[in-house]
Design a protein around this ligand. Structure first.
Ligand code: HEC
Ligand code: HEC
Ligand code: HEC
Length: 191
């Protein structure tokens, strides 16, 4: 009996040991730990990548801001040059006047002579104090007969839209090209 009892105890113990080993083989935390390590490595890499992308974006932004500031400086410089060029042009025109090139009254005639408009440089520049560049070359090319719309002449239609004489003769800066009583001021021989 005693011997049998011992054997039974040994078998029980062996069985328990096997069971524990069997269980350990399945619930062992080690394989899970390995997976966690993989995930952590991946996360760390993603974090580093994101940090690098952020740094790159900040660098690109700083460069864009620098380029913008440079462009603004270039624009300011160009505007200064433009103003200086306008001044130089105005001076050159005044020299023209000084040297006797000042054009006096001009008549703008349609090729068939049916319509004649008169324009006085003297009244516009000396009396009204308009500067040459207020008309040349934006409003009028500085050459007699070069400002034509159709049929070798300017048209009232364009002037009513605010072009040529209509740039000022719009009822605000000067009497309007539309006013029926003002036709004869520009067309003294046409009523
Ligand atoms: C209010 C507008 C205006 C102003 C200001 C003006 N002009 Fe004119 N200018 C004209 C017009 C209009 C013509 C005729 C254009 C045409 O015939 O097509 C003209 C023509 C000329 C011509 C060409 C003459 C020709 O025979 O070819 C010269 C040169 C000229 N202008 C010089 C000047 C000068 C210099 C100043 C400043 C002192 C000046 N203009 C101011 C409107 C203006
Ligand atoms: C500020 C000056 C000005 C006034 C005001 C003006 N004109 Fe003119 N008109 C001109 C000039 C400049 C021309 C062009 C002449 C040319 O190029 O030979 C012209 C051309 C014309 C022409 C021929 C071309 C076309 O458009 O058919 C007619 C017609 C004419 N005007 C009618 C009139 C009548 C009508 C009025 C009044 C309602 C008037 N104009 C007011 C300056 C004026
Ligand atoms: C840059 C502006 C400007 C342009 C362009 C202009 N004028 Fe004038 N003009 C004036 C001003 C300002 C007056 C004086 C104010 C008024 O009489 O209403 C005037 C006055 C006149 C007068 C009256 C002169 C007088 O005896 O008192 C005539 C005519 C005239 N313009 C014709 C013309 C014709 C024709 C053209 C186009 C070829 C023209 N103007 C283009 C600004 C302009």
């Amino acid at each position: 009996m005693r011997k049998n009892g011992n054997t039974l105890q040994t078998v029980r113990f062996a069985t328990l040991l096997l069971a524990v080993m069997f269980a350990l083989a399945f619930v062992s935390p080690f394989p899970v730990q390995a997976e966690d390590d993989e995930a952590m490595k991946y996360l760390e890499k993603a974090r580093l990548d994101a940090e690098k992308a952020k740094a790159d974006a900040a660098k690109a932004m700083a460069e864009a801001e620098k380029a913008m500031a440079e462009a603004d400086r270039a624009i300011a410089e160009a505007e200064k040059n433009k103003a200086a060029a306008r001044e130089a042009k105005e001076d050159a025109m005044e020299k023209m006047v000084e040297h006797g090139y000042f054009p006096d009254d001009i008549s703008l005639d349609t090729p068939d002579g049916s319509v004649r408009a008169v324009f006085s440089h003297k009244k516009h520049t000396q009396r009204e104090r308009l500067r040459c560049i207020e008309c040349h070359p934006k409003v009028f090319v500085m050459k007699k007969g070069k400002n034509v719309v159709k049929g070798g002449a300017l048209t009232m239609e364009e002037m009513k839209k605010g072009k040529y004489c209509g740039n000022c003769h719009n009822g605000h800066k000067a009497f309007s090209v539309n006013a029926i009583d003002s036709c004869k001021r520009c067309h003294p021989k046409n009523r």
